[in-house]
Design a protein around this ligand. Structure first.
Ligand SMILES: [Zn+2]
Length: 105
């Protein structure tokens, strides 16, 4: 299944293998931003250079996308995002430390 640039997509359709095409926006510094289909948040690719493949993740919706950047030859770029099978778990919690009490402070 694939979706075009203007298609709104219900979360239940964001399953592995689905392709979604999106417009990107240049950041003015050689990079661009790509809206993720799950929630519309934007991923920033700092320097596309000669790389036309990216792995984009949304830590809020826990989805990963294999992403192909396509030069539209009009100065702009499109992105085709394919939902990956893997879910994301980002490490962001520190190990618990024992509470400081007056006795051991
Ligand atoms: Zn999201």
């Amino acid at each position: 299944m694939s979706f075009g640039v203007d298609d709104e997509i219900e979360p239940r359709f964001l399953v592995p293998g689905v392709h979604i095409r999106r417009h990107t926006e240049p950041d003015g510094r050689g990079g661009l931003t790509v809206p993720v289909p799950c929630c519309g948040r934007r991923a920033h690719l700092a320097d596309i250079g000669t790389h036309h493949q990216a792995l984009i993740g949304c830590p809020f919706c826990r989805l990963l996308y294999d992403t192909t950047i396509i030069d539209e030859l009009d100065g702009g770029h499109a992105a085709v995002l394919q939902v990956r099978d893997e879910q994301i778990a980002l490490a962001r919690r520190h190990p618990r430390r024992p509470r400081q009490t007056r006795d051991n402070a």
